[in-house]
Design a binder for this molecule. Structure first.
Ligand SMILES: Nc1ncnc2c1ncn2[C@@H]1O[C@H](COP(=O)(O)OP(=O)(O)OP(=O)(O)O)[C@@H](O)[C@H]1O
Ligand SMILES: [Mg+2]
Length: 496
């Protein structure tokens, strides 16, 4: 058995003590959950182990050998492999090249491509997914990128495997494949550290739980010995989970009508309407075409035929997002790093890009108004920031997600499209976003909510559409269906 332990590790960032004298230990042959709300220091701790950053104080030991890494490759060489929360693949390279980056199999002086693709193909197959190893990574959907990341980490045959929210873009069937792989690794006596905000995964896959809060160690327990509520209390203190207020009724009037919308190979004959103040969910498996549909409705992608009507007005055939924004629509994209944020720009700027016209005064901008808009979102969404002017890249993953949402809320949309808005955010922050949806609904603002967490859709929506293979295959009332039925329905089991 081996043990990875830290001794009073601290990490000071400018304006933020991300880890505060943390002493924890993780055993091999176990899956060790590392939990805590957004910004509690989980990724920071993992980055210390992975050589991405160095702790300011303190040390860590693998089987009593004191280690300190100055680069990720030093960590790799010692058997530390990481799947980072934010994708770290090279988009322009193939899947195979990404998996074997810097260590491609060779035949003499040359890369042995045939062998490389074959090995990559076999490793991917062991994850239970079909991905072409020769495909360029930028052409893959998010969830396949995540599978490639995990495969890449495995290819190092690690002693310590750190998974920072590995399932955030996966749906249940892929999660199951990943869990199978993790259970295999557990038998090989590897130290596995597992970070996730999907708390229902914790009893299923982990053996121990370590909780951080605001950079401090809160406690460590055996997974079997705690109840769900205990974990939540360790993470947050108190948190109240609210249900959708029953008095929240959909109002009269249709705000959006989608008629026979088609895009080749993406979706087909999609028709539905959205009413004033309605929260409409779209359930479906990964690759069902939900992201593509939202993007086409919003003008970010084209469509081949069909019509989109907003407030009784037909949207132009090749409308751009700018046009759709003027019609009162907003979209928070699934891929925050590439589509939602400009990482090196400040938190404040990122909160105001979508609403730029509103604060513009001719050539100038109304700074007071802009600052106020940013401050409102920081307060309402409880975004944890050191300073408004700090780059958005310095925020924890979940807090970045809140900035994406806040940016669009600042446009005061009449129709909000959310594509997986709760990815990577903690239970409490999810609740805040749901409450915002309800508050807006009460004001007559309509919402379309795409989520792979079907529980969330049941909790939040007035009505849920089921999408499968690019088609709307059904519609359900959340009050009449339970979670197992909704899962079965989304997978198409009851699809006559
Ligand atoms: N490069 C940086 N510069 C300044 N502060 C940083 C930097 N990276 C992280 N932080 C801060 O350190 C704290 C801990 O961040 P960390 O990413 O470890 O949180 P986390 O627990 O992984 O949260 P999440 O669940 O949202 O991913 C946060 O307050 C964050 O803003
Ligand atoms: Mg994190």
């Amino acid at each position: 058995m081996s043990i990875l332990r830290t001794e009073e590790i601290s990490k000071q960032y400018p304006g933020c003590l991300a880890l505060d004298q943390v002493s924890v230990s993780f055993e091999s042959g176990k899956v060790n959950a590392l939990l805590g709300k957004n910004g509690s220091g989980k990724s920071t701790l993992v980055k210390c182990f992975s050589g991405a950053i160095q702790p300011t104080n303190g040390a860590f030991y693998l089987d009593d050998e004191k280690l300190s890494f100055h680069s990720p490759s030093e960590a790799n060489a010692k058997g530390f492999a990481t799947v980072y929360q934010e994708m770290s693949l090279v988009p322009s390279l193939t899947v195979t090249e990404n998996i074997f980056l810097g260590k491609m199999p060779r035949k003499g002086r040359f890369v042995d491509w045939k062998k490389a693709h074959k090995m990559a193909g076999e490793m991917l197959a062991s994850m239970g997914v079909k991905i072409n190893p020769k495909e360029i990574v930028s052409r893959l959907p998010m969830w396949q990128c995540q599978v490639v990341e995990i495969t890449k980490a495995m290819s190092l045959h690690p002693k310590v495997l750190m998974l920072d929210e590995p399932t955030s873009s996966l749906a249940s069937s892929e999660v199951e494949s990943l869990f199978k792989v993790i259970r295999e690794l557990k038998k090989q006596d590897i130290i596995i550290i597992y970070i996730s905000h999907k708390l229902h995964e914790i009893p299923e896959i982990t053996d121990t739980i370590t909780v951080l809060r605001d950079g401090k160690f809160v406690g460590a327990v055996n997974t079997k010995e705690v109840k769900h509520q205990d974990i939540i209390s360790m993470m947050f203190g108190e948190v109240s989970i609210r249900q959708r207020p029953k008095e929240l009724k959909v109002q009269e009037g249709t705000v959006l009508e989608v008629k026979d919308l088609c895009r080749k190979d993406k979706f087909e004959n999609v028709s539905f309407s959205l009413r004033k103040g309605e929260v409409l969910g779209i359930a479906g498996m990964l690759g069902a075409g939900r992201t593509e549909l939202l993007k086409s409705i919003f003008g970010a992608d084209p469509y081949d035929s069909g019509e989109v009507w907003v407030n009784g007005q037909k949207a132009p055939r090749h409308a751009s997002p700018i046009t759709m924004k003027k019609l009162g629509m907003g979209l928070t994209p699934e891929d925050r790093k590439n589509e939602g944020l400009i990482l090196i720009h400040s938190i404040q700027d990122n909160l105001c890009y979508a609403s730029m016209e509103k604060t513009a005064r001719g050539w100038f901008e109304d700074r007071t108004m802009r600052n106020r808009a940013a401050e409102d979102q920081i307060r309402d969404l409880q975004i944890k920031i050191p300073d408004k002017a700090a780059p958005v890249s310095s925020l924890s993953g979940g807090n970045q997600q809140k900035v994406v949402v806040g940016n669009w809320l600042n446009t005061n949309p009449m129709i909000m499209l959310y594509d997986e808005p709760s990815r990577g955010i903690d239970v409490n922050a999810k609740q805040q976003i749901f409450e915002i949806m309800w508050k807006q609904a009460a004001k007559g603002i309509s919402t379309i909510f795409v989520s792979s967490e079907l529980e969330e859709l049941l909790e939040v929506c007035h009505r849920i559409l089921i999408m499968k293979d690019g088609r709307i295959t059904g519609e359900v009332n959340p009050d009449d269906i339970n979670i197992n039925e909704l899962y079965a329905y989304s997978m198409g089991d009851t699809d006559e």
